[in-house]
Ligand binder design. Structure first.
Ligand code: NAP
Length: 338
């Protein structure tokens, strides 16, 4: 079977397609024929060697994939051949709050990931997907979908229908956050560097859109759009360049889910901007298998179809990475495998 490998730090040109022999399945292991893989900003960080965790040997990249179970090892009870499944970002975080042991490994980060024709995973890392959900759609959920879900529905103060969620930029996490928010009856405000992308976000139901290039003090616009109240939840993916504006955009008692740093990490936060307003900064690190199950169930119940910007073939993996790197995408970038 063929799989891509990359040595973190070697860049996109370091992606190599390699032939691997089959290996025997051990206790509790499952062989999956991968049909689709989605890319995350994190996969660019792994390629450039800037991800949180790293390894000294080449790994199979990408956390997010979906496919079909083709064989099960001894003792497997959760799935059977023919089942359609997606893999959970953290193979050892099944449920409950996070813990060091649960997030000790992440697919495509420090252990082999999903950019392969076949993968072998522990049965506990798998979530069944409904027949009506395509492999392409399912492949968008494990990182971006779960992160947005966790930020809005699990880690922040309870949101209620009619509350407002603020999303920064129109990448994978933000557009899935927009879709989840709208499907749950929440108002959404979204920013982007592109008016064309903002128009598309409006068509997806964003109530208010702001171009952060032409409106650099966009937090003022968020407050105006919410009659001075601010957003109950902010999905903060910007980092250094946006976190203080995100705090200013948040309602009293609201939460700023600290997710990413597309503008870099660092900078300062003044504690005084949080205390009298009881705002909460909450770190979000993807989420558990149980959260992935909830996202899948929610998508099935609401008919949510993740926005897929472009689909590349397995042989075009480098092109897919470069497309993601260009920042021209809106929503998710997917690679179909078999
Ligand atoms: N903590 C976690 O568990 C977790 C999980 C997933 C992702 N993340 C992080 O979240 C971030 C986004 O990930 P992703 O996969 O959604 O990335 P992505 O699809 O590549 O999206 C990035 C988008 O960010 C927007 N952007 C760039 N600079 C910006 C700025 N200064 N202010 C506001 N928006 C800006 C751009 O949108 P426009 O083109 O519309 O301007 C760009 O398309 C990354 O830092 C990633 O590492 C963290």
């Amino acid at each position: 079977m063929r799989a891509y490998q990359i040595l973190p730090g070697d860049g996109i040109d370091g992606l190599q397609c390699v032939d691997f022999p089959h290996r025997e399945l051990g206790n509790g292991e499952v062989r999956i024929r991968v049909h689709a893989v989605s890319l995350n900003y994190r996969d660019l960080m792994v390629a450039s060697g800037n991800y949180l965790v790293t390894v000294d040997d080449p790994i199979i990249p990408c956390s997010d994939g979906a496919g079909e179970v083709v064989a099960t090892g001894p003792g497997v009870t959760r799935v059977q051949p023919g089942d359609r499944v997606a893999a959970s970002f953290f193979p050892y975080w099944q449920d409950g709050p996070t813990a060091p042991d649960k997030v000790r490994h992440a697919l495509g980060g420090d252990v082999d990931g999903m950019l392969a024709e076949e993968v072998v995973l522990d049965e506990d890392a798998l979530v069944k997907i409904p027949d009506a959900m395509s492999f392409v759609d399912a492949a968008t959920l494990p990182c971006a979908g779960v992160t947005a879900w966790n930020a809005i529905f699990e880690s922040s103060n309870a949101v209620r229908p009619g509350d407002t969620v603020l999303l920064l930029g129109t990448g994978g996490v933000s557009i899935l956050g927009l879709q989840l928010a709208r499907a749950a009856g929440l108002n959404a405000i979204i920013t982007s560097s592109s008016d064309t992308k903002l128009q598309r976000a409006k068509e997806l139901g964003a109530r208010h859109v702001i171009n952060y290039r032409t409106t650099p003090e966009w937090q003022e616009e968020v407050l105006r759009a919410t009659d001075g109240a601010g957003a109950q939840v902010v999905l903060e993916v910007g980092g250094q360049g946006t976190v203080n504006r995100s705090i200013a955009s948040t309602a009293m008692g609201g939460s700023i889910a600290i997710i990413g740093g597309v503008s870099g990490f660092g900078g300062e936060v003044n504690p005084a901007t949080l205390l009298a307003t009881a705002k909460r900064l909450v770190g979000v690190y993807v989420g558990s298998r149980a959260m992935l199950e909830k996202v899948v169930r929610f998508a099935e119940a609401t008919g949510l179809q993740p926005v897929v910007d472009r689909v590349f073939t397995f042989d075009q993996a480098r092109e897919a990475y470069r497309h993601m790197e260009s920042g021209s995408h809106f929503g998710k970038v997917v690679i179909t495998v078999t």
